[in-house]
Design a protein around this ligand. Structure first.
Ligand SMILES: *Cc1c(COP(=O)(O)O)cnc(C)c1O
Length: 400
């Protein structure tokens, strides 16, 4: 039986058309885009085309607003450090509690440094940002707000345009980690207020190790990596040309497939969710179900470990993910799930199903076919499950 991949938010395969576009740039078109001769010129033109393809997907005003980087993590890091360096007299950073580690780990490190203050804004039980808490800390000291467009674990979409407008009123810059949103949601940055935006190739059927940072024209910028002044001095190092060309093609294809993502993939996701909820008791969909990515479903199963679910599904050829991380005391629910304050026994059973245009109905049907037995198998040996079955426990109220 062919393996079933339901982990597209972790990474996606390179689209065959993307690969075909890349291949000549390893061999025939190997020139350095900075070279003044013909070998360089043909490659420089290809890099420019890729920049235009990204500009078009994002609805940016100019292709010069696109800087190629090594991926989402570098783009996030560049944006945050740039804003803190350029926003004179402002030393505060605002992030949400559910950011990707690319933002959160940097924010935690910056908080330990003298002179930088970090505010972490909580979310509610549905994963929505606490707007009042945000408004309260936003002020004359805020250098940058960095809040993701869509969460990678629950798919919850944040009102980034509104948050950006609020940041501007306080004179602060606004960055968004849009790694999960690009290619799944239509964007028109030129008519909005977002100053900087991160994206990554491998989350949208492009290659790994390539990404981009959008920096709106006129926004002050300081490079993370200095050197030979590639990317107009904003990101030095000889360009990863095959990957850049591949990312450009992936962006073009993402625009083409956006409708499929919003319709067929969304229906597949809804079919998966309905099937799982109908077959298994004591489980809930986490995150903002009314406002989330079309491809993502995060479901918390009471009385089982998400990590155990992932392993048993993997045994049967189905790939999903749990955000849990190993810690000294055992398994920790992910920071995203913990931030939503789910009851303990549900939080530990959170599993993420994330689809892409590569999935078919047969994939979802296969999951629904094997999943109830797996949950039953795990619950039969789970002390949490037996405990959760005792009457009048507070967590029961969640399912009322
Ligand atoms: C995957 C991901 C990243 C990291 O991107 P890389 O290209 O793997 O460095 C950052 N933010 C979010 C939301 C992601 O899903």
């Amino acid at each position: 039986m062919r393996p079933v991949y339901l982990d597209a938010n972790a990474t996606t395969p390179v689209d065959p058309d993307v690969l075909a576009t890349m291949l000549p740039f390893f061999t025939e078109h190997f020139g350095n885009p900075s070279s003044p001769h013909g070998f360089g010129a043909v490659v420089a033109a290809a890099v420019k085309r890729a920049r235009g393809q990204l500009q078009s997907l994002l609805g940016a005003e100019s292709d010069q607003e696109i800087i190629f980087t090594s991926g989402g993590t570098e783009s996030d890091t560049t944006a945050i450090l740039s804003a803190l360096a350029t926003q004179e007299g402002r030393n505060e950073l605002i992030v949400s509690a559910v950011e990707h580690p690319a933002v959160l780990a940097l924010a935690q490190d910056l908080a330990k440094r003298a002179g930088v203050v970090v505010h972490v804004i909580p979310v509610d039980g549905r994963g929505r940002l606490d707007i009042d808490a945000y408004e309260k800390v936003l002020g004359r000291q805020t250098a940058l707000v960095s809040i993701m467009w869509a969460n990678n674990e629950t798919g919850t979409i944040f009102p980034v345009e509104r948050l950006a407008a609020m940041a501007h009123e306080a004179g602060a810059l606004f960055h968004t980690d849009a790694v999960q949103a690009v290619g799944k949601i239509a964007m028109d940055l030129q008519s909005g207020a977002i100053d900087m935006l991160s994206l990554s190739g491998h989350k949208l059927h492009g290659p790994k190790g390539i990404g981009a940072l959008y920096v709106r024209r006129g926004v002050p910028f300081q490079p993370l990596i200095r050197g030979g002044r590639q990317e107009r001095g904003r990101r030095s190092g000889t360009e990863n040309v095959p990957a850049i060309v591949g990312l450009g093609k992936a962006a073009e294809l993402a625009a083409f497939h956006l409708y499929d993502e919003q319709t067929r993939v969304r229906e597949l996701r809804d079919h998966l969710e309905a099937g799982v909820l109908a077959a298994i008791d004591k489980c809930i969909v986490t995150g903002d179900v009314d406002n989330r990515l079309p491809n993502t479903s995060n479901i918390a199963f009471d009385g089982v470990e998400g990590e155990a679910i992932v392993h048993l599904l993997s045994r049967d050829g189905v790939a999903v993910s749990s955000g849990s991380a190993c810690s000294s005391g055992g398994m920790d629910a992910s920071h995203v799930i913990r931030a939503m304050r789910l009851p303990f026994t549900a939080a530990h059973g959170a599993v993420r199903f994330s689809l892409s245009r590569d999935n078919e109905k047969a994939d979802v049907d296969r999951l629904i076919e094997i999943f109830p037995d797996i949950i039953e198998e795990l619950r039969a040996v789970s002390p949490f499950w037996r405990k959760a079955r005792q009457p009048a426990k507070p967590q029961e109220r969640l399912y009322a």
